[in-house]
Design a protein around this ligand. Sequence first.
Ligand code: ZN
Length: 151
Amino acid sequence: MREPSLYDILGVPEDATRDTIWKTYQRQLLQASVPATFDAKDAGNDTALRAQLEAIRRAWAVLGDPDARSSYDIELKADRLRQSAPMDVAVDLDDMAYDEETGVYSYACRCSGEYQLTEDDLEAGADLINCSQCSLRIRVLYQCVDDAAQA
Ligand SMILES: [Zn+2]
């Protein structure tokens, strides 16, 4: 799951020209403002609309400024790169092999390496494990015993 980008908020393609963004921004502002006057008595609705207007204005403040837009684009790209990186594959603890003697859970990596999770790791609440051989890592899914205490 990812946050909507400023482009998503305005509803413009990421390669839209400044002119297109400006026109869309104007239209969005108008659309968001009109119901605001109709439902003025509805405080809850008003707050949501105000937040929407705020988001639209913020999006324009960045995308309408060529410098701000290009640094935002760089940030956006970096964010996506991080999210698409081949890591954090989720593995259920039940699917890991458990060695009763050593108390170590292990899981084979697709390289010849192995992921290892000790009971100490579990107690510490660790859930990200690096492969012993390559740079991949997995996220181990398990029910933390003291979930209730932490919440
Ligand atoms: Zn590996």
